[in-house]
Structures are given as C-alpha cells and as structure tokens.
Write a protein that binds this ligand. Structure first.
Ligand code: NAD
Ligand code: IPM
Ligand code: MN
Length: 349
C-alpha cells in the first residue's frame, strides 16, 4: 500500500460543509485502491484570524508542506466585513499557499454533464480545460498605493510575467492538448493593450508550438473569449491564460456548465516538489453558509482530480461517474448538501 498524507483545510463559510462531503467520497473510494490516506485537519481562515490574528504562520506552512496533497474548501469572509481587512485571508492564506507551493498550473476543467441544464439554450458539446497560470500576473502583490486617501492617490498593481513562468505553464498546456482528442490550444490574453506581457505570452506560445506540430493553436483576446464562452463554448479544447484572465473566465465557465457548485480545480505543481492543492472554484458563499444549501459536487469532483493527479485514473473515473449519475437524476430537485454527498457515496458503496 501507499500512504498519502493529506492536509485538509475546510476553511470558511460553506467550505466545511462541502469538504465534509468530499471527505466522505474519498473515504468510500480509497479502499478500492492501494492507497492509505492520512488526513490532517488545519484550522485556518476567518475564525482563526479573528481568534489569534494568525492567517498562515510559517509553522502552519511548514506543516502543510510536509503533506503529499491538500484538500481545501474555501476561505474568506463576507466581502466588506469590517473585522477582516480586504484580502487578508485570500492573499495571506490561499495565494500564500499557491505561491509558496509553486502551484504554477491552476487546472480548471469544464464539461456539461448529461442532464445538467446550462443557462445557454444551445451550448453544444462542452469539454474544455482552462490552464490558468497560478504564480504570476497581477496576483503577485507587486505595486502599492501612494498618497492614499488624497485626491492624488495612485494605486498600482503590477502584473509580473516571466519567461520562465510563462514557458512552464505553456508547456504544460501543450502537453495536455497533445494528449486530448481535439489537440487544440487557445491562448487567451489582451495583446492589443497589454503589449509587454502579451508579446511575451505570444512569442512563447509560438516557440513551443513548433515542438507540437500535432496541436493546432489559435488566439483570442480576453474580451472576445467571453463572447465565445457564451455563443460557442464547444469550440474550446485547452485554453492557456494568465492568472487574472483565468480567474474570471473560469467563473464564466462554471456558470455556462450549470453552476459554480459544479466546478472543480487543481492547483498543481507538476514537478511534485510541493504538495498540489485541490479545491472547488467557488468561494465561501457567505450568503448560503451554514444552511446545508451549498452544492458539494465541485468539492467532490476536486477529489477526483486529486486521485487522477496521483495516477488513480480508475478511482477518479468512478467518482466522476457517480457524480454524473447523480447529476442526471437530480433534475431540478433541491437537496441538502449532505444529501447530495450521501447520494454520491451510496452509488460508490
Ligand atoms: P462565491 O463563489 O463564494 O459565491 C458566489 C455566488 O455563488 C454566491 O451567490 C454563492 O451562494 C454561490 N455559490 C458558491 N458556491 C456555491 C455552491 N457550492 N453551491 C451553491 N451555490 C454556490 O464568491 P464571492 O461571493 O465573490 O466570495 C465570497 C468569499 O469567498 C470572499 O471572501 C471571496 O474572497 C472568497 N473566495 C474564496 C475562494 C477560494 O477559497 N478558493 C474562491 C472565490 C472566492
Ligand atoms: C479563485 C478565487 C481566488 C482567485 C481568490 C479568492 C484569491 O477567486 O480561486 O478563483 O482569485 O484565484
Ligand atoms: Mn475566482
């Protein structure tokens, strides 16, 4: 057997509710593999911050780093809560993990499961993956504010794009595209305005494309990409894009595929030098927290991504199939978070 040490960060709001279901699914599926999962819970997020002033200490980070993978629910408070400085949890916890653990691939697959109603009348066959860069772009925290609170305030956020950082994520995207049926890669950027970063991304895509003649490559500006996400999402296969564009596009992707409650993600360090982190795309949803209203499907599908990451494709497929079956039977019935988890577990048992 193989032991996998899993750090579990339920986090805030609906995070603990959806993670409870994801863990149930993991526990039911793992005995069919040679895996033994040792879970360590980490109490991190808003509550911990309000109690102690800590967001993620060096000790926490070191302890988490000693695991093989991370399962995270969601973190962050209600936007505008006066007790929580803006971004302190998001930057200090979530992004701190992504950056420190070098999660340079933020993998966000989108498909419309059979029976799921898309808000699009004719979405076609939607099956694409957004490869979102995870360690650079405007997320790095470079920049600052000058003369804050005055009429002459200057507020800067600097988007950092390095040849090294862009090339490694672009290579990952080509490798992924080459393994898929349609072998198509779309770069999404804003080369007509962000000319420096845009030029770097374009040149790297063109250069790497030479090594993958079997992959067809095209390019869309981010604004046009949002049009096609709504009018013709079936045209996409693999999309590679920067951190911020990828963030926005993947909430849109979730919406067209039937809802944010279905969208899973993996923050991957492909070298396995650091633990990768699996989490739903959604946030802590303060508007529905604590009411068992959240859909745990995204968290459960994130477990499938985790299993796949470690080479357990069959176990991952069983989870996906159980979710697909549940979704196709679900229709428009509203169920509690734990009922959805239980129904999926029952299919796997
Ligand atoms: P959100 O994703 O939490 O919620 C947006 C909307 O989607 C809300 O109406 C919510 O009820 C709904 N929703 C989200 N998840 C759902 C689910 N599983 N089932 C059913 N409905 C669901 O985004 P937000 O409101 O912009 O952010 C709330 C907090 O979460 C903020 O503090 C934000 O910073 C944080 N956040 C964290 C993460 C993360 O931890 N990865 C991601 C996004 C936002
Ligand atoms: C996401 C979230 C995060 C992001 C926030 C909470 C920092 O929106 O995982 O998509 O922007 O990456
Ligand atoms: Mn987001």
């Amino acid at each position: 057997s193989r032991t996998l040490k899993l750090a579990v960060i339920p986090g805030d709001g609906i995070g603990p509710e959806v993670i409870a279901e994801a863990v149930k699914v993991l526990d039911i599926v793992v005995p069919s593999t040679d895996l033994v999962i040792e879970k360590t819970p980490f109490h991190l997020g808003v509550e911990r911050f309000l109690e102690t002033g800590d967001v993620l200490s060096e000790d926490d980070l070191a302890a988490i780093s000693r695991h093989d993978a991370i399962l995270l629910g969601a973190v962050g408070g209600k936007p505008g809560d006066p007790r929580i400085p803006a971004g302190i949890i998001e930057r200090g916890l979530l992004l701190k993990l992504r950056f420190s653990l070098d999660h340079y691939v933020n993998l966000r697959p989108t498909t419309i499961f059979p029976g799921v109603v898309s808000p699009l009348a004719h979405p076609g066959t939607v099956d694409f993956v957004v490869v979102r860069e995870g360690t650079e772009g405007p997320y790095v925290g470079n920049g600052g504010a000058l003369r804050q609170g005055t009429p002459h305030e200057i507020a800067n956020e600097l988007s950092v794009n390095t040849a090294f950082g862009v090339e490694r994520v672009v290579r990952y995207a080509f490798e992924l595209a080459a393994k898929r049926e349609r072998k198509k890669l779309t770069l999404v950027h804003k080369t007509n305005v962000l000319v420096n970063a845009g030029s770097l991304w374009s040149r790297i895509v063109d250069a790497v494309a030479n090594e993958y003649p079997q992959v067809s490559v095209d390019y869309l500006h981010i604004d046009a990409a949002t049009i096609f996400f709504v009018t013709d999402p079936a045209r996409f296969d693999v999309i590679v894009t920067d951190n911020l564009f990828g963030d926005i596009l993947t909430d849109l992707a979730a919406a067209i595929s039937g809802g944010i409650g279905l969208a899973a993600s993996g923050n991957i360090n492909p070298t396995n030098a650091f633990p990768s982190m699996f989490e739903p795309v959604h946030g802590s949803a303060p508007d529905i927290a604590g009411q068992q209203k959240a859909d745990p499907t995204a968290a459960i599908l994130s477990v499938a991504l985790l299993l796949e990451h470690f080479g357990y494709a069959e176990a991952a497929a069983r989870v996906n199939d159980a979710v697909a079956a549940d979704l196709s039977e679900r229709g428009t019935t509203v169920r509690r978070t734990s009922d959805i988890g239980d129904a999926i577990v029952a299919r796997l048992a």
